[in-house]
Structures are given as structure tokens and as C-alpha cells.
Design a protein around this ligand. Structure first.
Ligand code: GTP
Ligand code: MG
Ligand code: ZN
Length: 356
């Protein structure tokens, strides 16, 4: 598909308004399409307005905190010699605590307009996981759509739809056979020109299959899931942006084993707004909804208005985000202190040298 203008890549007034007249004359915006360990791929228009891909091996602010590093979906300003200058302010940002022991932030994507939460009508389906993704979207202020795949392999998809609808009556849910081009057409209303959509979901749910069907002639690799437990084989291994037939931009992601919440308190609170509302009727204003007398939340569980599973997940996600936010903040401080130490060491080495 031809790229002739920046809105074809998702450019909008939000980004344009961050540029001075001088910047508009001297710099060019490029959209980050993939980030490998030491290589950032971007796409934009050159000074003549022709599409151009850039591969950047470095950028001047490499030592900045993790949140300031380029991630897929970012807009990067470069000068006429293709030297990266700075990132534009993001409209939205999806992040997690990185997998592994180190308490560091990992950016998943920037400037996403709609999140497709992909899950399938089989054993993979899990309400706790859907709530986790919903909280992530809510925190980032991104509209979410649940895409239920593999309807062709399921006798009754209404069980899955009803389970979600029960707590989220207004949430868009689309049930599709991801391998059928005519079926995924229901998703096109979110995929118009200028829109950026991200796919999130476990390995094997059919994210890359959706991409291929939405592209018409997509070539993203896909692979069958394991028969015994419906688990995927982690076929996609990195995040990448793709242009769709309808004009939108789609981010395919690898199925993540672990999507640990960080800095996500408000997102969790709005995802569990029913619990937050019940909590206002608890006898104690600092009620933790565990075993306190006069707790309106546990009462709702007892009389069947609230699922115990949902309350447990609410507690779990809040605890997890508090723990991760604390350790990530601590790590941030340590990094800053280390940064200051290096700076001082460098300055005194220079002073020492200039005395020679
Ligand atoms: N019958 C049927 N098969 C599907 C559907 N969606 C995906 N598949 C199949 O499921 C398998 C896994 O699909 P992928 O698209 O590779 O899954 P993924 O989510 O990209 O997985 P990772 O890249 O590992 O994260 C492939 O064999 C697809 O053909 C569907 O709606 N119906
Ligand atoms: Mg894939
Ligand atoms: Zn309570």
C-alpha cells in the first residue's frame, strides 16, 4: 500500500502542534516501526515527500530513563541528515514491568488508538487475563475491543461472550474466524486511515492471523497451536507495525507470558468500577474488603451480585501494581544516583586531566 502523506502513518494534529515553524522547516517526522536491541527501524517521508525507511543504530539520549527510549509507534524527529533529534510527546503509552528479576519498565507501544484484546473460544479463554488487559488499556486511555477468535471451532460462542458482557455491557466484543477475510471485516471500523491498533493476547490466539486477514495478502508467520492444551508456540518474536488495506496501522506483538502491571492503579480502579462503587457503602472508609464487618463488597459476593473470582483478581492486580510501581520507582532512583555518580566521576577525571 502506497504511503503518500504523513496521516497514512498515523500523523495527526496532536503531533503537528508540538512543532515550531523552525522545526517544521528543518526536521522530518519518522514513525518507529520496530525496535531491536541496537536497531530502530522507522518510516516517514524524505524532504522530497518520498517514502523512506531509516535504520538507526543509536540516538543521543541513550542514557535517559526507560520511559524516554523510543518504542514501536513513537514519532521521532530527525534532521535533514537523518540524525535522530528527539521523540514527540506520546498520545498514549502501553507499558509493563519487564519479565525477569530486574524491576524495570518496559515500553510495549506508543500512540495506539485502539487495543484489540485477542482471546479464543477455547481453553485459552480467561476472564482474569481479559481484566488485566482492560486495566492496561484504561490506564493508557486507549479504547479496547475484545476479539474472540476461532468461532469456527466452537459449538457455542455465546458462553464466552456472555461471560465478558456480564461485567462489561458496553464493551465492544467481536466474534470471528480470524482465517476468513470476510469475517474480520467487522474489525475494519477501528482500522481506518490515521488509526493505530495494537493486538495483545496470548501466544496462539491468532493475532498474526488477524493481521494477515486484515491485510488481505499479509505474510506474517503463523503456526498451529499444541493440540493437548491449546497453547501457542511463540511464533511472533518481536513487535512490528503493519499497514492495513483499510488504511490503518496495526501492531502485531508476540504472545506475552507475563504482563505485569506497573503504575496502573487508576486503570484497575476504572476496570473494576462496580467494586469501587460498592466500596463506598462499606462501614469503614479504609475497608480492604477482606473480612471486615459491614463490608458491602464481600456482602455482594455472598449474595451473588459479585463473583469471588473477580474480587480476587481485583485484589491481586492492585497488589501487583503497587509492588511493581514501588520497586520500579526504587530502581529509577538508583539509576539516577548512578547517573549522577558517572557524571561526577567524568567531570573530576576531566579536571584531573586538565591539570596535567
Ligand atoms: N480455525 C481457526 N484457526 C485460527 C483462527 N485464528 C487463528 N487460527 C490458527 O491458530 C494458530 C495460531 O495463530 P497465530 O496467528 O500464529 O497466533 P498468534 O497469536 O500470532 O501467536 P504468537 O505469534 O505465538 O503470539 C494458526 O494455526 C492459525 O491458523 C480462527 O479464527 N479459526
Ligand atoms: Mg503471532
Ligand atoms: Zn469493604
Amino acid at each position: 500500500m502506497q504511503i503518500t502523506t504523513l496521516p497514512d502513518l498515523g500523523w495527526s494534529h496532536f503531533f503537528q502542534s508540538q512543532l515550531s515553524l523552525e522545526a517544521l522547516a528543518a526536521e522530518l517526522p519518522f514513525r518507529v516501526t520496530s525496535v531491536q536491541r541496537n536497531l530502530i527501524e522507522c518510516i516517514g517521508l524524505d524532504a522530497q515527500g518520498q517514502p523512506q525507511c531509516l535504520s538507526l543504530s543509536t540516538y543521543p539520549w541513550r542514557n535517559a530513563s526507560p520511559e524516554d527510549h523510543p518504542t514501536v509507534g513513537d514519532w521521532l524527529m530527525v534532521d535533514k541528515d537523518s540524525t535522530p533529534l528527539r521523540l514527540l510527546e506520546r498520545k498514549t503509552l502501553i507499558k509493563r514491568r519487564s519479565a525477569g528479576r530486574e524491576a524495570v519498565l518496559q515500553l510495549i507501544a506508543a500512540n495506539i488508538d485502539t487495543l484489540f484484546i485477542v482471546t479464543s473460544c477455547n481453553e485459552e479463554f480467561n476472564l482474569n487475563r481479559i481484566e488485566r488487559y482492560l486495566a492496561l488499556a484504561a490506564e493508557a486511555n486507549i479504547d479496547a475491543v475484545v476479539v474472540l477468535t476461532k468461532k469456527d471451532l466452537c459449538a457455542d460462542t455465546s458462553v464466552y461472550v456472555d461471560a465478558i458482557r456480564k461485567n462489561y455491557p458496553a464493551l465492544p466484543i467481536e466474534v470471528v474466524n480470524g482465517t476468513a477475510v470476510q469475517d474480520v471485516a467487522v474489525l475494519e471500523m477501528w482500522c481506518a486511515r490515521g488509526q493505530t491498533i495494537a493486538l495483545l493476547g496470548s501466544s496462539g490466539v491468532g493475532k498474526s492471523t488477524l493481521l494477515n486477514s486484515l491485510q488481505g495478502d499479509g505474510e506474517q508467520a503463523t503456526a498451529p497451536i499444541r493440540e493437548k492444551d491449546s497453547k501457542g508456540r511463540h511464533t511472533t518474536t518481536s513487535r512490528s507495525l503493519h499497514r492495513l488495506q483499510g488504511g490503518g496501522i496495526l501492531l502485531d506483538t508476540p504472545g506475552m507470558r507475563e504482563l505485569q502491571m506497573v503504575d496502573c492503579e487508576e486503570g484497575i480502579q476504572s476496570t473494576f468500577a462496580d467494586i469501587e462503587q460498592l466500596a463506598q457503602q462499606c462501614r469503614f472508609h479504609d475497608c480492604e474488603h477482606l473480612a471486615e464487618p459491614g463490608c458491602a463488597v464481600t456482602l455482594a459476593v455472598q449474595d451473588g451480585r459479585l463473583e469471588q473470582r473477580r474480587l480476587d483478581n481485583y485484589h491481586k492486580l492492585l497488589e501487583e501494581q503497587a509492588r511493581n510501581s514501588g520497586s520500579v520507582a526504587e530502581r529509577r532512583q538508583q539509576d539516577r544516583a548512578l547517573g549522577r555518580f558517572y557524571k561526577q566521576a567524568k567531570a573530576s577525571a576531566q579536571r584531573f586531566k586538565s591539570r596535567d
